[in-house]
Write a protein that binds this ligand. Structure first.
Ligand code: B12
Ligand code: SF4
Length: 467
């Protein structure tokens, strides 16, 4: 099996964690695997060169990772490969729009978490099982598109039984990332899924059901990465890290055992961040938390299903400050029917939070991803049905390469979705959104400069949003 993350304009700087999991699962079931992260800054990108590289491995099956923003990039590569190889699509976009890749030359689509289903498909192609036994599979037949039963989310026990993603790191060529020695993944997963139900959220693969791994196994993974790869900092890529106080207690005490010189960051919902939970996390090496808030307007917070109040976020920021945990507060703008008054509440929140937060997220103009409540409720009304196929691709500026005001402003305050104006906001609203983007850039720079000056971010782990 040959896995490819297609070339995209947005560089990925570290081994793709999903490919680590998939390749480790394939190997554990006896399959030979090769992969290419063509999104990495120095990896081969030319479709014909990629096709030759794939051919030299002579795979039975070629799998492409598909994200909505770069679906057309994946389909362009598929056009080059489709006549020479059997293609399967997977990943976030293939999960929410599963029939679409079949129109672009893919023979198969696997929806959802694929650690079990991808090896099963490889076995079906080896004649060892029937296609009907592969969960979450779509493929064309003379009777139309055939679909097997949906792939069930992996359970806690399944997650614990998965081969470690570390077992596949040798498949990533460090030269793709401009390095000479093998790279650790930048992220680990202690859990999957999020119990909240935000109307804009497109975490459709890991879904709404929260599942988590054994604390000891996570600590072992950190210890191996520290010893073998010299890893000193990493981020938990969990959808909602701080769910379950008892879980955090267990994980914190397990992590303490392998802490020496390793610090980490995570993304969390402010409701789960009590002072006690934050203290436990801090004691276990947490240097940064990325906090999902999204709007400073109380009515909008209710409308988007965020399930948190402004006062709570300010309280959490106060605690993180006392505990020296760096924070990035995520704020978004341009909600459908958002009024100027509502956006001004978010601007006012920025002013209020600037002395407490370690920074704000880059960009933030709402993009209606397929599979979200916001997309379903609005695509016909605003005429953006299948925008990822029909409209010019959204091309974002790369993330900052240095923490200078010029670099932060370039990357933070220009947002491709602002010009696209999915929800047909007025000129005045667009100007206000631009002002909010500039404010986030200025305040983030000021917070970073302040932390440098006072050395309050002693771990130097920016929260996940600043990756
Ligand atoms: C960490 C992360 C990143 C990191 C990845 C770092 C790394 N080295 O791995 C970075 C910062 C690079 C990143 C970048 C982007 N990301 Co991101 N990211 C995530 C996050 C938080 C976790 C990813 C992860 O590891 N998940 C856990 C694994 C187990 O799940 P998975 O990745 O979906 O993979 C499983 C299945 O999808 C499937 N699968 C995956 N690939 C394939 C391929 C084949 C062939 C098959 C059969 C199956 C299959 O099997 C996997 C194992 O179960 C997710 C949120 C989430 N919950 O997944 C967002 C997420 C995937 N990202 C998202 C987005 C939008 C982006 C960006 C486009 C950012 C932007 N501009 O807005 C860029 C794209 C970069 C690029 N060039 O590809 C969206 C995608 C939505 C969509 N519909 O496409 C998500 C869902 C977040 C969100 N809710 O907005 N991201
Ligand atoms: S809290 Fe985050 S991961 Fe959970 S539903 Fe909301 S946006 Fe999605």
């Amino acid at each position: 099996v040959f896995l490819i993350n297609p070339p995209t304009p947005e560089p990925v700087q570290t081994p793709l964690l999903s490919f680590c999991y998939l390749a480790a699962a394939l190997r554990a079931r006896g399959h030979e695997v090769a992969l290419l992260d063509a999104s990495a800054p120095f990896a081969p990108r030319d479709p014909a060169a990629i096709a030759d590289l794939v051919a030299s491995f002579a795979p039975t099956l070629v799998g492409l990772h598909v994200k909505t923003l770069y679906a057309t990039d994946a389909y362009a590569l598929a056009a080059e490969l489709r006549d020479r190889f059997v293609l399967v699509a997977g990943g976030p976009h293939a999960t929410v729009c599963p029939e679409e890749p079949l129109r672009f030359g893919f023979r198969f689509v696997l929806t959802g978490e694929a650690e079990h289903s991808l090896p099963a498909l490889a076995e079906a192609l080896d004649g060892k099982r029937a296609l009907s036994q592969v969960p979450g599979l779509l493929h064309p037949s003379s009777l139309g598109v055939r679909r097997t039963t949906a792939s069930a989310l992996l359970s806690n026990d399944d997650l614990d039984a998965l081969p470690s993603p570390v077992a596949a790191l040798d498949l990533f060529n460090p030269a793709w990332y401009g390095k000479s020695a093998p790279l650790p993944p930048y992220g680990l997963l202690s859990s999957r899924g999020c119990p909240a139900a935000c109307t804009f959220c497109c975490n459709n693969v890991t879904g709404r059901r929260f599942r988590y791994r054994r604390a000891e196994a996570i600590a072992d993974e950190v210890a191996v990465l520290r010893e073998r790869y010299g890893m000193t900092a990493f981020s938990f890529f969990d959808d909602s890290f701080a769910v379950g106080q008892r879980r955090i207690e267990e994980l914190s005490s397990a992590l303490k055992r392998c802490l020496q010189g390793v610090s980490w960051s995570c993304t969390a919902h402010p409701l789960h961040l009590s002072r006690e939970v934050l203290s436990l996390m801090r004691a276990a090496g947490c240097g940064g938390v990325d906090i999902g808030m999204e709007s400073g307007d109380p009515e909008m917070l209710l409308r988007i299903g965020k399930g948190v109040k402004v006062e709570r976020v300010l309280q959490v920021l106060q605690w993180t400050r006392e505990l020296s945990v760096h924070t990035v507060v995520n704020l978004m703008f341009g909600w459908p029917d958002e009024s100027e008054a509502q956006l001004r509440h978010t601007l006012a929140f920025l002013d209020e939070a600037k002395g407490l937060a370690g920074g704000f997220n880059a960009r933030g103009v709402l993009v209606p991803y397929p599979g979200t409540e916001i997309y379903e409720a609005n695509h016909e009304r605003f005429g953006f049905t299948e925008w990822w196929l029909r409209e010019k691709p959204l091309r974002y500026e790369p993330f900052p390469t240095a923490w200078s005001l010029a670099e932060i402003s370039r990357a933070y305050a220009s947002d491709a979705a602002l010009k696209r104006n999915f929800f047909r906001h007025s000129e005045a609203m667009l100007e206000l959104m631009q002002e909010a983007l500039h404010k986030k850039a200025r305040y983030t720079f000021a917070a970073i400069a302040e932390a440098e000056r006072t050395q309050t971010n002693a771990n130097h782990v920016p929260a996940a949003g600043a990756r």
